[in-house]
Design a protein around this ligand. Structure first.
Ligand code: ADP
Ligand code: MG
Length: 248
């Protein structure tokens, strides 16, 4: 008797990480199937950013393993660059290249890493900029755009690498309130199109609307891992109840 099961898009097994004496990821075990949208919640300092950063090896782990579609994350070298480009990441700060135009920001990765020719890269970049609603800004520089526009460019730039997974670490936290929804809308549409996503956010509206799963972290531990309905209506742990009482 054989059971076939799809390889998870992200698999973390027995992952441990310290910063000096601080045990920042405590034995993390998760499997995230293709197309799943995971919202990571937890108090400040609980390890959410570190979790994201280990998934694309911006941070090394002490022990355990992380696989992307079954492939072990290599520690370094060309394979790491390729694998990292499979895992797109959008940060709180948009960190676009200030001295490149919006179009160049989006075409650089595909040209350099994916070895795409310039014309194809530009065609694709414009499609992506249209999709996030900023194509008309393509010849401007990042500083000429609003925060919400810059963050949408950052999303387009990540998507240009055709990632298998998108990680978002508080993508709307640095935005003026009126710009939050335009970024969340892009994320919701990505989620609906089947992108595998790990999203650290305090936007509970997004969590309720788009998440398939909530992972709640506290002190480096994955304390709860369940569907949004269960998490928001009947959190099991005291720490999650305490967290929810502060944000809802
Ligand atoms: P969160 O994103 O949930 O706020 P982080 O993953 O950023 O949490 O941080 C988890 C803990 O690790 C915090 O106590 C933080 O101060 C610490 N930390 C984060 N990055 C570093 C680092 N580069 N060096 C030392 N400690 C760090
Ligand atoms: Mg963080």
């Amino acid at each position: 008797m054989t059971t076939s099961r799809e390889t998870p898009m992200i698999a973390m097994r027995d992952v441990q990480k310290h910063y000096g004496d601080l045990h920042v990821l405590k034995d993390i075990n998760v499997e995230i199937p293709k197309g799943q949208v995971v919202v990571v919640l937890g108090p400040s300092g609980s390890g959410k950013s570190t979790l994201c950063r280990t998934i694309n090896r911006l941070e090394p782990i002490d022990s355990g393993e992380i696989r992307i579609e079954g492939e072990l994350l290599p520690a370094e070298g060309r394979d790491l660059a390729r694998l990292r480009s499979d895992v797109g990441m959008v940060f709180q700060s948009f960190n676009l290249f200030a001295h490149k135009t919006i179009l160049q920001n989006v075409t650089m990765g595909p040209i350099k890493v994916r070895k795409m020719n310039k014309a194809d890269a530009e065609k694709r970049a414009i499609e992506l900029l249209e999709r996030v609603g900023v194509a008309s800004q393509k010849d401007k520089y990042p500083a000429q755009l609003s925060g919400g526009q810059q963050q949408r460019v950052a999303i387009a730039r990540s998507l240009a690498m055709a990632p298998k997974v998108m990680l978002f670490d508080e993508p709307t936290s640095a935005l003026d309130p009126e710009m939050v929804s335009e970024v969340l809308e892009v994320m919701v549409s990505l989620a609906r199109e089947g992108m595998t996503m790990v999203v650290v956010t305090h936007e509970m509206g997004f969590a309720r609307k788009a998440a398939d799963r909530i992972m709640f972290m506290a002190d480096g531990e994955l304390v709860e891992d369940c569907d949004p309905e269960s998490f928001f209506t009947s959190p099991k742990s005291e720490r999650a109840r305490d967290f929810l009482s502060k944000i809802l």
